[in-house]
Design a protein around this ligand. Structure first.
Ligand code: C5P
Length: 312
């Protein structure tokens, strides 16, 4: 992370990335979305979003993945701040600094995490006193994955991904994330899944999280979790990016307990039995030269949190 922001009155929120432990995708709905049944886990890769009053709207990119941050008003964090301003009758504009340590367009909900962080930061900056339900309602307007980073931990999501229920998870899991050069577009991956399903003529089942995952989480059993990982979007991601299958298979061969494309990809997530095993796996994957970058993280971690307030 780069140095702390210096604008006076800045509020900074730290927000985690997510991985989908199971992602079951239902049929395409008339509104263009798919019903999901998924389990999210928040992991210890974090962005920091800092907001301060400013003459006009601006995005200041910083951190490991600064280059991938859109700086125009399409940035989801800007849209989040504008939504809070509009809903709460605030007539101010902001400078929004994003310290990005979550891969961009990687299937780890980095942009969504930044939007969730911006909601919380604006609530603090403008002393609005919004409760969790009000924040969650605005999060759902912004995107399917924006609600989860507010609470973090491990949670089941249904609907288009915005209806959350906490899941009992014991212990800590050790992850390795293999990060690609090129991002994958989420709508393109969903569209590829629809195309593949139409081509095969398979009927699409009601999405449901399987009990094997819930049992693995309840018992804190990393080996069982590795076996229970599942992502309906994975074949579509492999179809668009065949190299990802090779990467996933290599990680499992090198000793991961399980490997999976994270969300819509292209990041591939591996669960390992310990911190040391995660280090060993990173070394092996780096030597195989199949991805751009490797990151280790643990999960679950808590959701978005204010780390510096306007009076700090
Ligand atoms: O909600 P969000 O803007 O993050 O979704 C991005 C895109 O991902 C949607 O436009 C849609 O193509 C796809 N999507 C979907 N079903 C979901 C969530 C996302 O088809 N439940």
């Amino acid at each position: 992370m780069t140095a702390a922001p210096t604008l006076p009155g800045t509020v900074t929120v730290r927000v985690p990335a997510k991985v989908n432990l199971q992602l079951h995708v239902g049929a395409l709905r008339p509104d263009g979305y798919h019903d999901l049944a998924t389990v999210f886990q928040a992991v210890s890769l974090h962005d920091e979003v800092s907001v301060a009053r400013w003459d006009g709207w601006q995005v200041v990119p910083a951190g490991t993945y600064a280059d991938g941050i859109p700086t125009d008003e399409d940035n989801l964090a800007v849209r989040a701040a504008k939504l809070v301003a509009e809903r709460c009758g605030v007539d101010e504009s902001l400078s929004i600094r994003i310290d990005k340590d979550i891969p961009v367009a990687g299937g780890m909900a980095g942009g969504s995490a930044d939007a969730a962080a911006a909601l919380l930061a604006c609530d603090q900056l403008w002393a609005l006193g919004l409760d969790r339900d009000e924040l969650a309602e605005m999060a759902a307007v912004l995107g399917s994955d924006v609600t989860f980073p507010l609470s973090g931990g491990t949670a089941m999501a249904t609907g288009r991904g915005e209806q959350l229920a906490p899941v009992l998870a014991r212990g800590t899991f050790h992850w390795v994330f293999a990060i690609s050069d090129e991002g994958l577009s989420t709508p393109a991956v969903y569209a590829e899944l629809d195309r593949m399903r139409e081509e095969s003529g398979e009927s699409v089942a009601e999405p449901q999280v399987r009990p094997d995952l819930m049992a693995a989480l309840r018992q804190g059993d990393a080996a069982a979790l590795g076996q229970a990982l599942h992502n309906d979007l994975e074949p579509a991601a492999f179809s668009l990016r065949p190299d990802l299958r090779e990467l996933r298979d290599a990680g499992v061969e090198f000793g991961a307990l399980g490997g999976i494309v994270s969300g819509s990809g292209p990041t591939v997530a591996f669960v390992t039995e310990s911190h040391e095993a995660a280090l060993d796996l990173s070394v092996s994957l780096a030597a195989a030269d199949l991805c751009r970058d490797l990151r280790r993280a643990k999960g679950p971690v808590h959701g978005a949190q204010v780390v510096a307030g306007p009076r700090d």
